[in-house]
Write a protein that binds this ligand. Structure first.
Ligand code: HEM
Length: 443
């Protein structure tokens, strides 16, 4: 019998691993008052210090502190029409910039593209544009450095150092834990200092009389003296946008996975091309509202979310009071780890779980299956604040690319479809070769 709730002694603390969609629902939705607190169990000391000084949205350990920051940020995003018509042109515009900068110059030579950073950059630009009115140039080395730092941060989050801290004391550092923690600390501080600079620059511009018209301005103008000192307030705004930037790289990772699957399964690519040709055609621009008329594209994206296991754990929480789950009594103060892989691979919901098969979302009762994929954004009060935006980015950018191009992998060896681990885990290194679709054949 499968154990869905069990305790592990890991990193000097008890952690309870929770599996299965039913248990996720019970813990995160039915008992959301008990499980909305982010966990600080096992965080290295330097990281606790940073979080204590700069709570930010996801860094707020306590739900009561996080609630306000979260609500404010979600309101800003909603006012920007996130996931609806206002954001759609931003997304399509960025897709076209991506094509012009990364795909078109490679068409003649057939040179492959390592898509992960460029696609993350495209997704990040959509947010940067909303926040600051600017966007990164695709050849700006600072933008690449910045994203590499975020990818590094995600990778370090699941090292031995993060989950089993005592390994860093083992002589000779056989698990590279001490080294990973040192790198992580440096990386994280660098990331925050980048955001501090963006925020400080804008604060100065506002103080010099520049008229507020950006989302970042609205955030900064929330400051009132009773909220504490301005520097600390601005540091929290920096943390908040850091979390949003980090969030937006998730869309880039899923897009990278989607192109990889299409390159490995040409018959699926052909089916997607046919659907796009029938519903959108060659000259129209894809619209998110057409999703219902593009069932295969929708199913393909859902299966990419499931099979890639790109996000395979939710951010840990700590119980604020006793929680009974799956017949087990968990006391207050226990860290909960949500094992998303168990949801994507639940044999009671999905057949042949290891097979990549979009068809599974087109046949039979798909409601439960879709609910499982929705869990990729988290559940309950601390779920992702930008779900409509994330979904729209993946869908529209993929369609805009596939409307015009075919993809193959570079070289003779099929890239493995396994992820490299870490939060937001990317696939093994590979390159995608783009070819412009032949208009004559399409007719
Ligand atoms: C496909 C795209 C995305 C996926 C799959 C995704 C997934 C997630 C997940 C799993 C969490 C943690 C939820 C939990 O612990 O229960 C999260 C939190 C968060 N995401 Fe996203 N995300 C995506 C896109 C974005 C974008 C574009 C933004 C930018 C605005 C964003 C901003 C955030 C923020 C600020 C949080 C922290 C919420 C809090 O702590 O209360 N995400 N996201």
């Amino acid at each position: 019998m499968l154990m869905h709730v069990f305790t592990v002694w890991l990193g000097g603390a008890y952690r309870v691993v929770i599996s299965s969609y039913a248990n996720f629902h019970k813990a995160l939705i039915e008992n959301n008052k008990i499980t909305s607190k982010r966990s600080d169990v096992g965080l290295p000391g330097w990281r606790k210090e940073i979080f204590a000084v700069r709570p930010g949205i996801a860094r707020h350990i306590l739900w009561k502190d996080a609630k306000k920051a979260r609500q404010q940020t979600a309101t800003f995003l909603n006012n920007e029409g996130m996931g609806r018509t206002v954001m759609e042109p931003h997304v399509l515009n960025e897709a076209d910039k991506f094509i012009q900068f990364f795909i078109e110059p490679r068409l003649e030579s057939g040179e492959g593209l390592d898509t992960i950073t460029p696609l993350s950059l495209a997704a990040t630009n959509i947010l940067v544009n909303t926040l600051t009115g600017n966007s990164y140039d695709y050849d700006d080395p600072k933008a690449h450095d910045h994203l590499n730092l975020i990818h590094e941060e995600h990778k370090h989050n699941v090292t031995f150092a993060a989950s089993i801290p005592f390994t860093k004391w083992i002589p000779g550092d056989p698990f590279h834990s001490a080294e990973a923690e040192r790198n992580y600390s440096e990386t994280f501080k660098k990331i925050l200092s980048n955001f501090d600079n963006i925020v400080a620059k804008r604060r100065r511009e506002l103080q010099d009389g520049c008229s507020p018209n950006l989302m970042l301005d609205h955030m900064l103008l929330q400051y009132r003296p009773e909220l504490g000192d301005q520097e600390r307030f601005d540091a929290n705004v920096g943390s908040m946008i850091q979390q949003m930037y980090a969030g937006s790289t998730a869309s880039g990772s899923y897009l990278c996975w989607a192109l990889l699957y299409l390159s490995v399964y040409p018959h699926m690519q052909e089916r997607l091309h046919n659907e796009i040709d029938e519903v959108i055609g060659e000259d129209s621009v894809p619209e998110y509202s057409l999703r219902e008329k593009l069932p295969y594209a929708d199913a393909f994206v859902l299966e990419t979310f499931r099979h890639s296991e790109c996000i395979h754990v939710l951010s840990p929480r700590t119980t604020e009071s006793e929680l009974v789950i799956d017949g087990q009594v968990l006391p207050a103060g226990v860290e909960l780890m949500f094992n998303l892989d168990s949801v994507y691979n639940d044999p009671d919901i999905f057949d042949n779980v290891h097979e990549f098969n979009p068809e599974r979302f087109l046949t039979g009762d798909v409601t439960k299956k879709k609910a499982c994929i929705e869990a990729a954004f988290g559940l309950g009060r601390r779920k992702c604040i930008a779900i409509p935006l994330g979904k729209m980015e993946v869908f529209l950018i993929l369609l805009r690319i596939m409307q015009q191009f075919s993809v193959t992998y570079e070289g003779d060896t099929k890239p493995p479809l396994i992820n490299m681990g870490g939060i937001n885990s990317k696939p093994y290194p590979h390159r995608i070769v783009f070819t412009r679709r032949n208009k004559e054949i399409r007719k």
